[in-house]
Design a protein around this ligand. Structure first.
Ligand SMILES: [Zn+2]
Length: 234
């Protein structure tokens, strides 16, 4: 592949900053670029072995990087009034200090009980749980249709990959997929489920993906183009 990306956190003037390392063989020099979609700075590297030099370059340009980050559109923290897409539909976070329970969904609102400082944690936990349920349903259905078993399913905050499948049938997903349109979640689950049968990206693999998730060109394109925006939430 021509382009590979990887997230890496560096400390610039006492601030932890996550850079997206973009290895691109066609790039001629090391350079920096602001990407509004994922809300961060890309470090463009001409090849695999330029990582160390690239990070040195980022340190030299640290003041520029910090200035760019401060000028970027704000992140979306999980506080009262925040708008969060769930399976592609916007939902508003509402603080319900007097209410019982923790987090519940009502129409297009996410209600959060309890003290305000706990809201971000509660919303995150709830979204993770919701993501796990939605992924589980789809993965079980898919696994049955390809006649394979899932040994374990985990949902985590992965930075570099939306999903993975190990040789022993362990599927792993990013909980942030719940913030993407539903077809995107469908596609990523289908992709990893197909790996239960084909641990490669060959013709037979893609045929399986097409069977499990017809019309997957659109969600694949969405992920490429907008996937990084999912990291702005929380
Ligand atoms: Zn794959």
């Amino acid at each position: 592949m021509n382009k590979v990306t990887k997230f890496e956190t560096v400390n610039l003037h006492g601030r932890d900053v996550t850079l997206r390392l973009c290895f691109n063989r066609r790039a001629r020099h090391i350079s920096l670029r602001v990407d509004e979609k994922w809300g961060g700075v890309d470090l463009i590297l001409p090849g695999r072995n330029s990582r160390t030099e690239g990070l040195e370059f980022a340190h030299e340009k640290s003041l520029w990087i910090l200035r760019q980050l401060d000028a970027l559109p704000a992140r979306v923290p999980f506080v009262d009034g925040a708008v969060i897409p769930i399976l592609g539909t916007d939902h508003v976070v509402r603080h319900r200090p007097g209410a019982r329970g923790f987090v519940w969904l009502s129409g297009n609102e996410i209600h959060v009980a309890g003290a305000e400082p706990h809201m971000p944690r509660r919303v995150t936990d709830w979204l993770k749980k919701y993501a796990r349920e939605e992924i589980r349903k789809r993965a079980d259905l898919g696994a049955r249709s390809v006649g394979r078993k899932i040994s374990r399913l985990s949902v985590r905050d992965t930075r570099s990959r939306w999903g993975s499948c190990s040789e022993d049938g362990h599927l792993s997903f990013s909980w942030r997929l719940i913030l993407a349109p539903e077809t995107v979640l469908d596609y990523v689950v289908a992709h990893e489920v197909a790996h239960l049968a084909e641990l490669n990206h060959g013709g037979r693999f893609w045929k399986l993906v097409d069977q499990l998730c017809p019309g997957n060109k659109v969600p694949r394109y969405w992920l490429k183009r907008h996937g990084a925006t999912l990291h702005r939430y929380g």
